[in-house]
Structures are given as C-alpha cells and as structure tokens.
Design a protein. Structure first.
Length: 155
C-alpha cells in the first residue's frame, strides 16, 4: 500500500462513469484534467474572493489510470500568491471501486488569475492577521507567507 497521504483541502469529489472512458476503457485524461481545473478554480476563487481564470498548467503528471467506479478526490493548496495570479497545487486521488484503496493518480500546478467583471486582471486581496497582545510563531508566519499575507500584531 502507498504510504503517501493527500495534503491540502479536499476540494472536489466525483465518481468516474462509463461515459468518461477512452478507447482503452480507462477514464480519459482530459476528464481528470477538467476535474482538477474545477477544483483549482474553486480554491483560487475562494482565495481571490471572486472570479478567476486558468492561464497555465505546469508539471501535469498522470501517475496511474482512473477506472469506472473510482471516486476521484481532488485536493488543493494555494502555494503562491502574486499581485493578480495564484499557483494552486492540485493532486487527484482515486478511491478504488468507491470504497477501496486510495491512490494518487494525477498531480499538477495550475496558475490562476483573478479577473474583474470585464475579464481584466485584478489584484488578489491581501490577508491580514491581527491579534491583541499575541505573538506569532514561525510556523504560522511560514504558513501565511506563501499566500502573500501581512501579519499585524496589535498590542
């Protein structure tokens, strides 16, 4: 059994169906890619607090096939936030035959851009963390840093 475990937020779950197969009877890679794009859009949209678009997919790796009856679980993690763009690490895991062994099947990094109602790039909101009299340890600072956060401590 694979010792690796999913990381990030479980963002999307769906079942692979016969209509999603390729000529070999495996689930079509484009279907998996589209599920990951949906999950990336959900994660980026939450972080951007609005509309986002996909502009790039990097390091897409198909590790194992997905089969009819598998439940595809897509985990997401925002790993970088720029002015208007975000990098989202996505990993798709399959629960074999709905209830069985969990295996990583696909991984990639998607770049998403926050856009306004006219489709033009807009800034991603900054994160502010405030606390009266509190100090923040290095773990919290490190966790927030990839999301372009500012830590302001009120005393």
């Amino acid at each position: 059994m694979n010792e690796e475990q999913p990381s990030g937020d479980l963002t999307l779950r769906t079942m692979a169906m016969p209509a999603d197969t390729n000529a070999n009877g495996d689930i079509f890679g484009g279907w998996v890619l589209s599920q990951m794009d949906l999950a990336g859009g959900i994660a980026a949209g939450q972080r951007a607090e609005g509309r986002v678009v996909t502009i790039a997919v990097d390091k897409m790796k198909f590790i194992r096939p997905v089969h009819v009856g598998d439940v595809l679980c897509v985990y997401s993690e925002v790993i970088r936030v720029g002015t208007s763009s975000m990098e989202i690490r996505l990993a798709a895991w399959a629960l074999r035959h709905r209830y069985g062994q969990r295996e990583k099947v696909t991984e990639a990094i998607f770049t998403m851009v926050a856009v306004d109602e006219d489709g033009r790039p807009r800034p991603v909101p900054k994160i502010f963390v405030e606390s009266a009299g509190a100090t923040f340890g290095p773990k919290l600072k490190q966790r927030l840093q990839p999301q372009n956060a500012f830590i302001r401590v009120q005393r």
